[in-house]
Design a protein around this ligand. Sequence first.
Ligand code: FO1
Length: 310
Amino acid sequence: MIIAFSGGVGGAKLADGLAAVLAPELLTVVVNVGDDFEHLGLRICPDLDTVMYTLAGLANPSTGWGLAGDTASFMAALERIGGETWFHLGDRDMATHVERTRLLAGMSLSEVTETFCRRLGVRHAVVPVSDDRVRTTVRTDEGLLSFQDYFVRRRCAPRVLGLTLEGADSARASERFLHAMNHPQLKAIVFCPSNPHLSIAPMLAIPQVRACLQARRVPLVAVSPIIDGNAVKGPAAKIQKELGFPVSALGVADLYKDLIDGFVLDVCDAELAPIAPMPTLVAQTLMRNPSDRRNLAEAVLEFASRLRKP
Ligand code: FO1
């Protein structure tokens, strides 16, 4: 039994590789909710949807988020009547947001996610890290911005001065996460190659989540989202620099050093492995296709099993 922590696109790829090599009952993907927001009267959960669509084989291959082959009639009609169009919602994707918003009147986010996953044929568990409201807010040189305002509307252009995880202090970990953490067959925990500041930190900011991880009896392994000084996708490198951390896989290892037992870095960064402050695995972490995802998943699991105490 393995727990994988994931944000959106990059994390979802490794989660997909893990799902390809582990039976459904042996994987729980725990997903960031700090990016969630209310938009056009709907509850949008980008990271949960990205993981769910990726595991269902439905994700848009060019963006990594949204649905493959989706159309944009709703957005075109919205634009015509002067609505807000900075956040793109595909026609089919809209069904997820509308139905989620309706179901949340009587169900938890965990229950809604489980229902959608079942309907979409996702057999591995995909769980929000919390059912409570946690919202990432970005302190920038242009003032305080909500996460999607910063990320999508402003295309990560403002300079980041810091991040605030609203609601994290009082949020509880989801029951499904706690259940997975207490599973007698739990063998390892993996931080997928997600943005450490935007995707992993909001989950670790929930005191119960951090406490569970600190009390774990199994190895915790993180995979670097930075390869050769650059983020594979998204603003990880820019944010790492603006927050004053070295823009390298080692900079990421440093952020995690008090929590993790092992670190996976890319073959391009092999020379950094001997100076990392924890055991390392050098692997091909760039996932261009399903077999890259599977190979990385297998390598990470094998590495974690070597770190396990007898
Ligand atoms: N990302 C964008 O860059 N532009 C968008 O218009 C956009 C729309 C969108 C709709 C649904 C969804 O589930 C995700 C969407 N994303 C979009 C991705 C998302 O906002 C970010 O990638 C994540 O929050 C960061 O992990």
